[in-house]
Design a protein around this ligand. Structure first.
Ligand SMILES: O=C(CO)[C@@H](O)[C@H](O)COP(=O)(O)O
Length: 305
């Protein structure tokens, strides 16, 4: 009887574990912020599944079921950590650890409902850019931009596929503007989704209106989609699976880099013109001054001016 009970409970437990694992794997792909959590969950479940191999009596089995329930509750609470506690799985502590090993630009895209709460911690951790979502910042974007700049980071604003591009115009045109606009080319939440070409209308509209603005695209970008984004005017590319899933990631990075660096892309026209003008002035000044100094005829012209 006990053997049958153990077998039945063990099977139920195995099914629960399997479902639980799948559930967590699915939930854990809800954004980069939960990736560490997925690893953590996997290793915990790894131990539990391993235990199943030597379940030998009913008490052991019950004990495993109890720990399964505990893990479920614990993990479920953790899933909502983004909303309930001021910490993220990939948040300030991870940025801080990365910063110790690199001087690279650390571009932080906050898919959270309360970005203001993370400005201070991310700045302290060494973040370079801080991009928030317009959908959750309609009432406090000025305060957010100010706070991001005060803390020495570069502010950016992001918009989901369903949000009209017009919603970010005010933030770019403000006297204290954002310095980058991130156009999501997938519905935020999962890596590995299909690129949405219809988002290129937003990129084109933005590039036409703001020739020198940094325009970032994120989601489904790789060698087969980069041309669309680059020729529409995007100059900052976020790519996940196309790089990490590639046999030769360096090659993919080179292709992406080359596409946005090619002359087809709208260069920051206003910035370039200013630079050219400065070059002319700097280069011509010594020439003019030497002519005025050494050519008596020109020197007299100089007197008239
Ligand atoms: O964070 C998100 C979406 O939520 C994006 O950054 C994607 O995760 C990019 O991944 P790929 O689409 O390149 O795999």
């Amino acid at each position: 009887m006990i053997v049958i009970l153990v077998l039945i409970s063990g099977s139920i437990y195995a099914i629960l574990c399997f479902c639980g694992l799948n559930l967590y794997l699915k939930i854990s792909t809800c954004g980069r912020a939960l990736v560490d959590f997925a690893v953590l969950t996997l290793s915990k479940y790894g131990n539990q599944i391993h235990c199943l191999g030597w379940v030998s009596d009913i008490s052991e089995c019950l004990c495993n079921i109890c720990s399964f329930c505990f893990l479920t509750l614990f993990s479920m609470f953790t899933m909502f950590a983004v909303h309930f506690v001021p910490n993220l799985t990939i948040g300030a502590p991870v940025i801080e650890s990365l910063r110790k090993h690199t001087k690279a630009y650390l571009d932080c895209h906050l898919m959270v409902t309360n970005p203001l709460d993370y400005v201070e911690a991310l700045a302290k951790a060494g973040a370079s850019g801080f991009t928030f979502h317009i959908e959750v910042s309609k009432d406090n974007w000025r305060e957010l931009i100010q706070s991001i700049k005060t803390k020495g980071m570069r502010p950016g604003v992001s918009l989901k596929p369903g949000t009209p591009i017009e919603e970010v115009y005010a933030l770019v045109e403000d006297e204290n503007p954002v310095e980058m606009v991130l156009i999501m080319t997938v519905e935020p939440g999962f890596g590995g989704q299909k690129f949405m070409p219809e988002m290129m209308d937003k990129v084109r509209a933005l590039r036409k209106k703001y020739p020198s603005l940094d325009i970032e695209v994120d989601g489904g970008l790789g060698p087969s989609t980069i041309e669309m984004a680059a020729s529409a005017g995007a100059n900052c590319i976020v790519a996940g699976s196309s790089i990490f899933g590639a046999a030769e990631p360096a090659k993919v990075i080179a292709i992406l880099r080359e596409s946005v660096a090619s002359p087809r892309v709208h260069r920051p026209v206003v910035g370039d013109l200013r630079f050219l003008l400065l070059l002319y002035v700097v280069e011509l000044l010594p020439l003019i001054s030497s002519l005025v100094r050494f050519d008596p005829a020109l020197a007299s012209i100089g007197q008239w001016i």
